[in-house]
Design a protein around this ligand. Structure first.
Ligand code: SF4
Length: 266
């Protein structure tokens, strides 16, 4: 359903239509109206299966409500920053401490955070990177890179987010790589990436959006009747170092950035 037909009735047709009240609203139609108004989210209906919830959320939920959520999330993380001992955490996450600030390198660029969670960077501030970096610094556990790769689905909590990850990250990046054959190679130079040999991939590129969050992008170009294929893998340590929601935010932000780069520079 295109966004122009995103109406309460259109949303209602996607719901179980049992009027069970588990969403704390009297009917599915009331729930549909609340979705359109940005007061409820598809995940608030417990009778929708997780894959459909993720799929509908990606297509139809109001970006405004996501912005509010994001601002609240960042504020929460900023408060948490004041409880973090920079000197203890920095070596565990591959960061450094200087002048009472913690410095994290993300794909060749330094991002500096003070104890209130404010961020400055040597490059243009990219809003989507702030929340994942704050999450990374304040996360409850920290692990070293293992060299073992896992799919997004295999990360703790990944199954629930898989449909959204496919529609926002892997699919757009695959299409972008199809349309811009040199793109992935150019990303290696732009973001200090490196390549490895990978079974059945024409190019397998490792990037470090955070020092201990290595991401492996494997791309196979289309050939004869076979379509292209792109899969994004994560080092096993990502499960220990970042919450699945932040891994998703980070990945979708990266793909949006690559899209802009392809439009403007390549
Ligand atoms: S919980 Fe889902 S099925 Fe039940 S009333 Fe709300 S929208 Fe309808």
């Amino acid at each position: 359903m295109p966004k122009s037909t995103f109406t309460a009735l259109g949303v209602y047709k996607m719901l179980p239509q049992t009027n069970c009240g588990k969403c704390f609203l009297p009917s599915c139609l009331a729930f549909a109206a609340a979705i359109v108004a940005g007061r409820k989210k598809f995940k608030d209906c417990p009778d929708l299966d997780p894959e459909r919830t993720a799929e509908f959320s990606a297509k139809f939920e109001s970006p405004g409500s996501r912005d509010v959520d994001q601002a609240e999330f960042i504020n929460k993380l900023k408060k948490k920053m004041s409880t973090i001992n920079f000197e203890t955490v920095a070596p565990l996450i591959g960061a450094t401490v200087q002048d009472d600030s913690i410095i994290i390198n993300s794909m060749g660029k330094d991002f500096v955070f003070d104890r209130q969670g404010n961020m400055v960077s040597e490059c243009h501030i990219i809003p989507w990177v702030q929340a994942p970096l704050l999450s990374y610094i304040t996360y409850k556990t920290h692990g070293d890179i293992t060299g073992k790769w896992m799919s997004f689905r295999e990360i703790k909590g990944g199954i629930e987010w898989q449909a959204l990850f496919t529609s926002r990250c892997e699919e757009p990046l695959r299409k972008l790589a199809d349309e811009n054959p040199g793109l992935l190679n150019d990303l290696i130079d732009l973001f200090m990436g490196k390549t490895i040999d990978w079974y059945e991939a024409d190019i397998a590129l490792i990037l470090y959006p955070m020092p201990k969050i290595p991401v492996l992008i494997c791309y196979q170009a289309p050939e004869d009747d076979l379509g292209s294929k792109l899969t994004i893998f994560f080092d096993e340590c990502c499960s220990t170092n970042l919450h699945i929601k932040s891994i998703f935010t980070l990945s979708s932000g990266l793909v949006q950035m690559f899209t802009k780069i392809a439009e403007h520079h390549l």
